[in-house]
Design a protein. Structure first.
Length: 253
């Protein structure tokens, strides 16, 4: 249930905010009282801001390509000049592809590693100085159940999300004494543009990816991982640090 006083005007940045989990997270943080900077490379990020504003929340949009340090710096500067130093960062932007590894273009490997793993690193690098200056902050990264076990036909996605898991744990240790908490969530299937538009290469054995599907093919709404991200971003989760929390209908149980 949204609580308009939970974040009490704290400044939050959400990447991937044009769609799916990122949009739901931006909307939930705003409904819980944060001032939200919605970052994405897609124009639809403006729609997220409109949805938040219409609901009485505070939000700005900034275009970003999370693969680029310069673009990230400019977007974080825009967010902080609108709302002040960042207290909450949610790294949600991501891309998913399936491929046979022996046929994979290097460009496709680079795309997934750059968006899914380098992106969170660049965002953390840009935002942590403000958090240190303000005495703390909280970062939540979106990993995946595909970062918790090996999976056929998505070696680049699994490697990137496994990287997010250890990026998260390493940052939690590094900033433990400086009051920056860093956690990740690890979702199973979520109904978003990403899962709605997935395409598979010819000749894959679907039996080999069956373990990524929840029993009865259960999927969740983007509001469900968004609620978990909002909880982790809140003071109620003060003792949760360096955690990677599954939200996956027991896929990884
Ligand atoms: N949907 C699922 O089942 C699922 C499961 C586990 C993890 N995830 C992860 O959740 C996150 C959100 O996924 P989603 O399902 O909401 O997908 P989505 O496709 O709905 O949203 C992803 C957003 O990321 C943005 N984006 C992509 N590349 C970008 C870049 N270079 N710079 C800035 N923005 C960029 C897109 O424009 C898009 O708005 C991703 O990290 C994804 O890997 C999704």
């Amino acid at each position: 249930m949204a609580d308009g006083t939970r974040f009490d005007g704290r400044a939050a940045i959400v990447t991937g905010a044009a769609s799916g989990i990122g949009r739901a997270t931006a909307m939930r943080l705003a409904a819980d009282g944060a001032k939200v900077a919605c970052l994405d490379m897609a124009d639809a990020v403006e729609e997220t801001v409109a949805l938040i504003t219409e609901a009485g929340g505070t939000a700005v949009a900034a275009k970003v390509d999370v693969r680029s340090g310069d673009s990230v710096r400019a977007a974080v500067d825009a967010a902080e000049s609108a709302h002040g130093p960042t207290a909450i960062l949610c790294n949600v932007a991501g891309v998913l592809r399936f491929a046979h590894t022996h046929e994979m273009e290097v460009a496709e490997w680079d795309l997934l590693l750059d968006v899914n793993l380098k992106g969170p690193f660049l965002m953390c690098r840009a935002v942590i100085p403000s958090m240190l200056a303000e005495g703390g902050g909280v970062i939540t990264n979106v990993a995946s159940s595909a970062g918790m076990f090996g999976q056929a036909f998505m070696v680049h996605y699994c490697a990137s999300k496994g990287g997010v898991v250890l990026l998260t744990k390493s940052l939690a240790w590094e900033y433990l004494k400086r009051n920056i908490r860093v956690n990740a969530i690890s979702p199973g299937g979520v109904e978003t543009a990403m899962t709605g538009s997935v395409s598979f290469p010819e000749g894959i054995d679907f039996g080999l990816i069956a373990k990524t599907m929840a029993v009865d093919n259960k999927m969740m709404k983007p509001t469900e991982p968004a609620a978990l991200i909002a909880y982790l971003s809140s003071d109620e989760a003060a003792a949760i640090n360096g955690a990677v929390i599954p939200i996956d209908h027991a896929i990884t149980a």
